[in-house]
Write a protein that binds this ligand. Structure first.
Ligand code: UFG
Length: 336
């Protein structure tokens, strides 16, 4: 059983490759290293003791995608490849539409030509726009508040139309909440080169003294302590959610959306306090104005994934904070 993983060298994709290989699947990775590094592939091999085929290609390249399907008997695809920086998407919308939507269309066309009809897509809780209440169920009305979110929403629509056109398709739309954490080996995780946009990579850079102070964006939200509340999910749990979804799409047809989140909300200050306590390290912070576009609070209703996929998160906030930092510490040692 061979699974094509697009964006398999990326943060979530690499953790999914580990879980796939450990579950006994054959894996074929395609990645253009736009936002990832070749060494990650070696680390996946080191963790699992297993090998896999790799193609350095851009998923927008239909000829290259066809070659991958010609050379491998692919049973299903997990499509992670895509740009993901919200702020950049506002400044360069065409770059996001062209890449995220273009790559998905090229992939789908190639899948159709090779009669592979099973795909799990990396969507995002961002397709809920500004949720009026939490927990957010999959039935919540969809909208987008930035071009990145619009690409996720459009791709969900495109995949819906693809299914309508041919009922042989089996499609899972996986709506991620906020992935943090890293593999417990400390070999793979998230460590952006640039100044991070997201909370946990920023915290780890402050803890590592690469950045002086964490800016907490607003403490006047309508939440437990005034700071923004999100549903943080350990990336290893998230990866396992893909295996559960894959099992489902391999044995059915249809199109379904699933929230992948824990159902629990933590505030920015709760994350900071947990991180400091679990790792026994200081994270200086200051309260700054709100970040434009941010919302008070949202977290998942994870019931559908539990009932239909048999998937539940196992790792809590302590493991998320511990593993995020462990990975950075190990990276520092490796740099020496
Ligand atoms: N925050 C800070 N300081 C920072 C970074 C973030 O206080 O330096 C706060 C934010 O204001 C927010 C919380 O931490 O309250 C989480 O922010 P993130 O940027 O980590 O995550 P978001 O919830 O804004 O967005 C994430 C992904 C998006 C995705 C969205 C889906 O970055 O790609 O979840 O819901 F679309």
């Amino acid at each position: 059983m061979a699974i094509l993983v697009t964006g398999g060298a990326g943060y979530i994709g690499s953790h999914a490759c580990v879980e796939l290989l450990e579950a006994g699947y054959e894996v074929v990775v395609v990645d253009n290293f736009y936002n990832s590094k070749p060494v990650v592939l070696e680390r996946i091999r080191e963790i699992t003791g297993k090998d896999f085929k790799f193609y350095e290609e851009d998923c927008c390249n239909e000829v290259a995608m066809d070659r991958i399907f010609d050379e491998n008997k692919i049973d299903a695809v997990i499509h992670f490849a895509g740009y993901k920086a919200v702020g950049e998407s506002v400044l360069q919308p065409i770059k996001y539409y062209e890449n995220n939507i273009g790559s998905t269309i090229a992939l789908i066309k190639s899948m159709q030509r090779h009669e592979c009809f099973k795909i799990a897509f990396s969507s995002s809780a961002t397709v809920y726009g500004v949720p009026e209440y939490s927990p957010v169920p999959e039935t919540f009305p969809l909208s987008a508040v930035n071009p990145y979110g619009t690409t996720k929403l459009y791709i969900e629509h495109i995949l819906g139309d693809v299914y309508t056109s041919d009922p042989r398709w089996s499609i899972a739309l996986l709506r991620y909440f906020n992935p943090i954490g890293a593999h417990k080996s400390g070999l793979i995780g998230e460590n952006p080169n640039d100044i991070p946009n997201n909370l946990m990579p920023y915290i780890t850079k402050v803890a590592a003294k690469e950045l002086p102070i964490l800016h907490v964006f607003g403490n006047d939200y309508n939440t437990k302590d005034g700071t923004g509340v999100r549903d943080y999910i350990h990336v290893v749990d998230l990866a396992k959610g893909h295996i559960a979804a894959l099992r489902k799409i391999l044995e059915t047809t249809g199109i379904e959306a699933y929230n992948l989140g824990t159902g629990k909300g933590y505030s920015v200050l709760e994350i900071v306090e947990n991180f400091k306590r679990v790792n026994n390290i200081d994270v200086p912070y200051q309260i700054d104005p709100r970040r434009p576009g941010d919302i008070d609070e949202y977290f998942a209703d994870p019931t559908k994934a539990k009932v239909e996929l048999g998937f539940e998160c196992e790792l809590g906030i302590e493991e998320m904070c511990r593993d995020s930092w462990h990975f950075i510490e190990e990276e520092k040692k490796r740099e020496l």
